[in-house]
Design a protein around this ligand. Structure first.
Ligand code: LLP
Length: 463
């Protein structure tokens, strides 16, 4: 879902007029630093390297397809977010983007908190030693078992998503003799995607409790009266892959308005607001994401201004970036298989993965870039569509891109910015084996999530 994404995106030859690319880039061998992880570059032989290791070596050792994650870039991005928001705010990494035990350890070392949205993510976080009080638990339909576990282990906050859940969490907490810190997730009436935001047609979705019609105010009323709950704040998440801060501005203004209403009605100033995640990254050279310090300043200014106007003390702000931290840090490496030139249309380049390791193109019409990674080439550019090996014509990894016309089976190509929502949304479609995630840092590569094996598949199939 980068800027030019559209639900009914181009599928045919007219892509050259409707699509992302109108002309090949000046230099096909160049790696735009906007879309590649920070330590990625080409070595003297022309092979792409990350953390000092060439993809040719990585492919030999770990196979393809595989995700290679630049650990120092991941850590640097965590630090940039933590530094930008400073001591008076909290950064919760959204684990849904990509979560593993190694990631949880890096987050702890870099001072971030963690947002989880399922029992599985909670287990991963706890197993890797994340202190429960640094975990926020999300979800629109948490099971009673999940709630019990979260309360028992003492998560720092549960984000309440419905009236039923307010009662359910209060009941569980009371039964366990606890007082659970909670926030209420409100729907502020803003739905933001890419660079636009729509201030209508937003309540018609499953998350949160609407501000409209006084529902959120009623939720606060209930939460404040229940013994098992300590209501600490209001939460709002407005969408994904957002570049424009205007949607956050509307969201912050409406959340602060609610805080003022709560103060007026109950004499209580809620101490926290969470403005969610959703900050965009560059998938192609056309995207211009903002830096964490710009985002922190913009959000901080909005909240301070709105609170001053409402006569409220500025609450503690938190944010939940997922994609903006992990997205740019990884690329997927594929081996080129069959190559099919379609006269007058484009060349279909098939790789050894596909929609099972990156569903985003098929699901959201997402845009990606691609580069020949095992070598450079001076051949003329050719218009390609990178497709997978699944039995489905929508199995597209990169819709429109240019690769050198001497591309051959056995070449390695890399798709950057696949760190977020690719491995975490990977599937076993066609009994594909989900690829490994390999962390690379300072000349060393290590598997943090191993490749699935056929034994893994058969183990689940109990016959
Ligand atoms: N906080 C909440 C409450 C969320 O629901 C999400 C994402 C985030 C934070 C993190 O958003 P991020 O900063 O990563 O954009 N599968 C889709 C994205 C779904 C996002 C769902 N919620 C994709 O691949 O684009």
């Amino acid at each position: 879902m980068s800027r030019s994404a559209h639900p009914a995106g181009p599928r045919h030859a007219d892509v050259m007029t409707e699509g992302h690319y109108t002309a090949p880039p000046a230099d096909l061998n160049a790696l735009d630093e906007k879309v590649w992880a920070r330590t990625v570059s080409r070595n003297e032989d022309g092979a792409v390297a990350v953390g000092g290791i060439e993809v040719t070596r990585l492919a030999e050792e770990f196979g393809t397809p595989a995700y290679f994650l630049d650990e120092s870039d991941f850590r640097a991005r965590c630090r940039a977010w933590a530094d930008a928001f400073g001591r008076d705010a909290d950064v919760f990494y959204a684990g849904k983007a990509f979560l593993s035990r190694a990631v949880v350890r890096w987050l702890q070392e870099e001072g971030l908190n963690l947002d989880v949205c399922s029992g599985g993510e909670l287990t991963t976080a706890l197993d890797a030693g994340m202190p429960a009080e640094r975990i926020a638990f999300h979800g629109n339909n948490k099971s009673v078992a999940e709630i019990e576990r979260a309360v028992e282990v003492g998560v720092g906050r549960i984000v309440l998503d419905s009236f039923q859940e307010i009662a359910r969490v209060a009941h569980v907490a009371q039964r366990l003799g606890r007082r659970q810190r909670v926030q209420i997730r409100v729907t502020v009436g803003v739905e933001a995607h890419t660079h636009e935001f729509i201030a209508t047609a937003h309540e018609d979705q499953k998350f949160g409790i609407a501000l409209a019609g006084g529902q959120a105010a009623e939720a606060v009323r209930r939460a404040l009266t229940l013994d098992g709950l300590e209501l600490v704040g209001i939460h709002s998440h407005i969408g994904s892959q957002i570049f424009d801060m205007a949607g956050f501005e509307v969201s912050a203004r409406r959340v602060v308005q609610l805080l003022a209403e709560v103060r007026d009605e109950h004499g209580v100033e809620l101490p926290e607001i969470d403005l969610g995640g959703g900050l965009g990254i560059a998938y192609t050279s056309e995207d211009d994401p903002r830096e964490p310090h710009e985002i922190a300043k913009a959000l901080g200014d909005i909240v301070t201004r709105e609170c001053e106007a409402a006569g409220l003390a500025t609450p503690r702000i938190s944010v939940e970036p997922g994609r903006a931290i992990v997205g740019p840090t990884a690329f997927t490496l594929y081996e080129v298989g069959t190559i099919k030139p379609l006269e007058g249309l484009r060349t279909y380049v098939s790789v050894d993965g596909g929609m099972s390791d990156n569903i985003r193109t098929a699901l959201y019409d997402a845009e990606y870039s691609v580069a020949l990674a095992s070598r450079t080439s001076d051949a003329e550019p050719m218009l390609v569509r990178v497709v997978g090996k699944h039995c489905e014509s929508g199995d597209i990894v990169v819709k429109d891109a240019f690769l050198p016309s001497d591309l051959a089976p056995g070449d390695l190509i890399a798709v950057p910015a696949t760190g977020a929502y690719c491995r975490s949304m990977a599937s076993n479609y066609n009994h594909a084996l989900r690829p490994p995630v390999v962390a690379v840092r300072d000349g060393e590569a290590r598997v943090i999530v191993r490749r699935e094996t056929e034994e893994d598949l058969l183990r689940l199939d109990v016959g």
